[in-house]
Design a protein around this ligand. Structure first.
Ligand code: BTN
Length: 252
């Protein structure tokens, strides 16, 4: 389907909107598993997800009609599996490109790939890769961005929306178009083997170079983020020296 909302070359040119689905990531995975051909850059957008999935087996809760919940199909067959964190960086930066347009320097990336406005999470992503040999055949990029929702369940701590943070409503389709263009631009940079995303990611990292409290080794301890390794491990300066962590080993 051709449409005019999306100005890029391929991301979002084929847009499939579903009224209701369990999860756009699961939907896309099911379609691919049936070998149904889908154009690179296809976007599956859900008006309502009733079993949205988040990182580390969490659920993703989003009020229907107020936010964006969608998945983008990319076919990065040029990438070896070991390079998958580069894709995380590219997509995190793309979201940050769009959020920075509205919130300036208040928009940051909380390692590994949460989008923050101020000190709260406004968007999350779940990237699921389908591997062939040692290459990434398909990447299913699931994105949930809180836009016009102003009430969140009490158990969701540290969550915000663009409206809560910036005090105005936003047009969902306009934002979707902007995100698709930004994803395409960052993805093409990645494809061109440019290292621009590496520096950009570090520059936008939430709490980088600031002493703060983290929970690791079952204790709350101070640390300062100094960088992220090539495979995506967080590098933290601690009073006991430099340490590296995987996602589940440390909490902010
Ligand atoms: C996170 O935990 O931060 C990741 C959240 C990802 C949510 C999005 S919403 C669209 C896509 N479909 C899903 O089931 N999850 C992702």
């Amino acid at each position: 389907m051709q449409n005019n909302t999306f100005s890029g070359l391929f991301v979002g040119q084929n847009l499939i909107t579903l009224k209701e689905v369990d999860s756009t990531n699961t939907f896309l995975k099911d379609v691919l598993s049936k070998s149904t051909p889908l154009l690179d850059g296809t976007v599956i957008l859900a008006e309502k997800q009733f079993a949205g999935r988040g990182q580390t087996n969490n659920t993703w809760i989003s009020e229907p009609g107020k936010n964006l919940t969608f998945s983008i199909l990319l076919n990065p067959s040029f990438m070896e599996v070991e390079r998958q964190f580069e894709l995380n960086k590219a997509i995190s930066l793309a979201l940050n490109d769009v959020l920075s347009k509205y919130a300036g320097n208040d928009a940051s990336i909380k390692w590994p790939n949460d989008s923050y406005l101020g000190n709260k999470k406004v968007a999350g992503m779940l990237i699921e890769n389908i591997i062939l040999g040692n290459k990434i055949r398909h990447a299913i990029i699931g994105i949930g961005l809180n836009i016009n929702q102003t009430n969140f369940p009490a158990h969701l701590k540290n969550v915000t929306s663009m409206k809560l943070f910036l005090q105005r409503d936003y047009d969902l389709m306009l934002l979707l178009g902007e995100i698709c263009s930004a994803v395409e631009a960052r993805y093409l940079q990645l494809k061109a083997a440019s290292r621009e995303n590496d520096l950009g990611y570090l520059n936008k990292l939430y709490l980088r170079d600031e002493w703060a409290l983290f929970k690791f080794d079952n204790k709350i301890q101070s640390g300062r983020i100094t960088g992220v390794s090539e495979i995506g491990r967080l590098q933290l300066e601690t009073p006991d020296g430099i340490r590296q962590f995987d996602n589940k080993e440390i909490e902010f």
